[in-house]
Design a protein around this ligand. Structure first.
Ligand code: SF4
Length: 393
């Protein structure tokens, strides 16, 4: 078992490492091995914080768990999440595994070659593409010809070369089939095929967009085969019973916490105000940005119709808003807490203005505090209703 298997436990080599290892998961669970505690943490962090990274620190340098515990915690976490008997919990768990993996992949890609050749276990983009059978479906866009080099336009879909030596390409071309399979129009207008450069059966994407698509591929991989069919009260399910009960209790506490149910944009945290301003300028939000904003607006008690009206003059399209908010608002989505400040910082959405991460763990908690402290609040819903009435007169 090596550190790379532990870092990316859903890779085929990691699954083989688990299969080849002379360890029995039921025995590990019965012995309450470190992998079991890490598995419980993995699921709890996924459901509560949208990440599976250990609170003890980044793996492998800072984590209190070794590679074996980290790797084996993954199959045990899959058993735990199956025992929760909740499809939203499975989806949330898979999304958190994918978000954490893509953060790690992003870090790996940013690691320079000198460090890579030393002790840090990292993957290259080609490894990740090959893992998901995308090696032949994705190719980097050839570099634009430099001044004086002559030749035609670079971004036409022709050619197969890599970017300038030492520089990662900024754009890629992905075959239309995988593009449609791994992306969704609900991510925003810009993801619709009609709004994309398309040539010879390939779609042009930026490097960040390619990572978004790979995140979806990881999520699909993690979801494969879940939930396991396990007889309750028997074998490994019986051994994990108390851990599952703790997780269910956490989920129900989260589910029944009532929303603050007042819409006071002036009191929104800076991260959400920044996203709204960005969308108001007509700039597309990335999928994590739009998810964070939708989860926040639903989290403060807004209905899908209200969110559509609230975002009417932004780059967010009504259909995408409705799809996301309805999912987040219904019973299936009620277990989706808004991402934490830590997760938003990892996505570059939070800049921790005035160090207010000290005040709250997530944007919703921060907003609730500001609402509690405010002397007078004007609810946007009342203002909006008054404006609509005035228009109709
Ligand atoms: S600390 Fe939290 S609430 Fe504040 S801007 Fe960052 S993510 Fe938003």
């Amino acid at each position: 078992m090596d550190a790379l298997d532990a870092k990316y436990p859903f890779f085929a080599t990691a699954r083989e490492a688990v299969a080849d290892a002379a360890v029995s998961l039921p025995e590990l669970v019965a012995a309450d091995a470190p992998a079991v505690e890490r598995a419980r943490e993995r699921v709890e962090r996924a459901l509560m914080d949208g990440t599976v990274a250990s609170e003890s620190g980044a793996f492998p340098a800072e984590s209190e768990y070794d590679a074996q515990a980290e790797l084996l915690s993954y199959p045990i976490a899959r058993i735990l999440v199956s025992l929760l008997d909740s499809q939203p919990a499975i989806e949330k768990y898979a999304a958190a595994e994918a978000a954490t993996a893509i953060d790690r992949i992003r870090e790996d890609l940013a690691t320079d070659d000198e460090l890579r050749s030393m002790s840090t276990p990292t993957v290259a983009l080609d490894d990740v593409l090959a893992e998901f059978d995308l090696a032949d479906a994705v190719r980097p866009e050839p570099p634009r010809p430099s001044v004086g080099a002559g030749g035609g336009a670079a971004a036409t879909g022709a050619g197969t070369g890599r970017g300038d030596a030492g520089r990662d390409p900024e754009h890629y071309w992905i075959a239309v089939g995988p593009y449609l399979r791994l992306t969704s129009p609900s991510w925003g207008e810009s993801w619709r095929l009609v709004n994309r450069a398309l040539a010879d059966g390939e779609v042009r994407v930026s490097r960040e967009e390619l990572l978004d698509a790979l995140e979806a591929a990881v999520e699909d991989r993690v979801c494969e085969g879940l939930p396991f069919e396990l007889a309750a009260g028997e074998g490994i399910a019986a051994e994990l019973e108390s851990g599952v009960a703790d997780l269910k209790r956490l989920l129900s506490e989260r589910t029944y916490a009532g929303p603050v149910d007042v819409v006071a944009p002036a009191l929104f945290p800076p991260c959400m105000r920044n996203l709204i301003e960005k969308a108001e300028r007509g700039t597309d939000l990335s999928p994590p940005e739009s998810f964070a904003l939708m989860a926040f607006l639903v989290g403060i008690g807004m209905s899908p119709d209200e969110v559509v009206a609230f975002c009417a003059d932004t780059s967010l399209d009504a259909e995408g808003i409705r799809y996301q908010t309805e999912y987040l608002s219904d019973d299936r989505g009620s277990q989706y807490p808004p991402p934490t400040c830590e997760t938003l910082a990892n996505y570059g959405i939070c800049h921790n203005e005035e160090d207010h991460m000290q005040v709250a763990a997530d944007p919703l908690a921060y907003y609730e505090q500001r609402v509690d402290e405010a002397d007078e609040i004007t609810d946007w819903r009342e203002e909006n209703a008054t404006a609509t009435e005035a228009e109709s007169e």
